[in-house]
Design a protein around this ligand. Structure first.
Ligand SMILES: *Cc1c(COP(=O)(O)O)cnc(C)c1O
Length: 359
């Protein structure tokens, strides 16, 4: 039986995508082979990769002066690739620290650059985002990096920082494609696939062309954006199955009405869950109201000793992976694009019942 999977990542995928992949598993496009067994240089696979890029460009409205790269090494690989590609030794870079992932990103950048932490939400235990007027881009910054959605803390920016002429770099791993954005506000967007796109291992980089060709001489070619752009992300064998699933997910998103429709649905799902939590008098959201993520919803109950019971009873009811991150405890419901409204309704019904029995 298929469950509603609230995992933060790898995360749930659209059922219709999984069903199509399973239908095509042993005979993709009449080739008599699975897509995994086909050359990445073959015409049908190149056509698939090009269609995936076209669909992503259409969905996100990516301007023509941006390259789209399908890379490997996860978002974590990009924590390293970004300073290597965008800065010279000794450069100054700005990082906003809003939680676990921004902390990891800036830790890695520290190995290559002088990092200015221009905002740090430690004071609120990372339950807030810095107000737009509470921090400034430093004069010498080569780029500004932030994490629009902190997957672990469930903290999401309610604005896009205005960094003027300084390129804005965003780790969108857990929020990409969740609603429309204006790509032209960003110098570089990157996102690991396993939250809102497809299988782990694949990572997307959307980068403005003027930022290419600045990589340090010792940058590995597979992480050099200019090299990968020139090679159509196929300097070496790309993660073909990941690209295939991503392509199916992009087509699914288009069928669902694109990012405006998805964003509307995601807003409705999030409001349903937060409104229930706030009104319950039992569950609590630790996140400031203006910073509550649409994708990752952490919540607590008054008696932490009941958390295990909550999660095991939820699983028995077909609601999987509600444990909070090991670093923060509590519970967390990740409600990415592929989580249907019915999944959130089922979660709320379970939470109401659990409260009646244990509250
Ligand atoms: C999951 C996640 C990462 C790490 O992705 P990997 O593919 O494991 O490297 C980085 N940043 C954010 C915001 C994430 O959600």
């Amino acid at each position: 039986m298929r469950v509603f999977n609230f995992a933060a990542g790898p995360a749930t995928l659209p059922l219709s995508v999984l069903e199509q992949a399973s239908r095509e598993m042993t005979d993709w496009q009449g080739s008599g082979m699975s897509v995994m067994e086909v050359s990445h240089r073959s015409k049908p696979f190149i056509a698939l990769a090009e269609q995936a890029e076209r669909d992503l460009r259409e969905l996100m409205g990516i301007p023509s002066n941006y390259k789209v790269l399908f890379l490997q090494g996860g978002a974590t690989g990009q924590f390293t690739a970004i300073p290597l590609n965008l800065t010279a030794p000794g450069a100054v870079v700005d990082y906003l620290n809003t939680g676990a992932w921004s902390k990891k990103a800036l830790g890695e950048a520290t190995r290559y650059c002088k990092v200015n932490v221009v905002a740090d939400e430690a004071g609120s235990h990372y339950s807030t985002v810095p107000a737009a007027d509470s921090w400034q881009v430093s004069a010498e910054a080569t780029y500004v990096h932030y994490t629009p959605n902190e997957t672990i803390g469930g903290v999401e920016f309610d604005y896009v920082p205005n960094t003027g002429a300084v390129p804005l770099v965003a780790d969108m791993s857990s929020t990409i494609l969740s609603r429309p954005i204006d790509v032209s506000r960003f110098g570089l967007i990157y996102a690991g696939a396993q939250k809102n796109i497809g299988p782990s291992g694949l990572v997307l980089v959307i980068v403005r062309e003027d930022l290419l060709g600045r990589a340090r001489a010792d940058t590995p070619p597979i992480w050099d954006y200019a090299v990968m752009a020139k090679e159509g992300s196929m300097l070496n064998t790309p993660p073909t199955f990941g690209i295939y699933i991503a392509a199916l997910v992009f087509q699914w998103l288009k069928r669902e009405g694109g990012l405006a429709a998805i964003g509307e649905r995601n807003g409705r799902k999030a409001r349903l869950l937060y409104d229930f939590i706030d009104a319950s008098g039992y569950y609590k959201s630790p996140v400031a109201r203006n910073a509550r993520s649409w994708m990752n919803v952490p919540f607590t109950i008054p008696n932490p000793a009941l958390e295990k019971t909550f999660c095991s009873e939820a699983l028995a009811a077909g609601l999987a992976n509600l444990e909070g991150h090991r670093s923060v405890g509590g519970m967390r419901a990740s409600i990415y694009n592929a989580m249907p409204l019915q999944g959130v309704e089922a979660l709320v019904a379970f939470m109401r019942d659990f409260q009646q029995r244990h509250g």
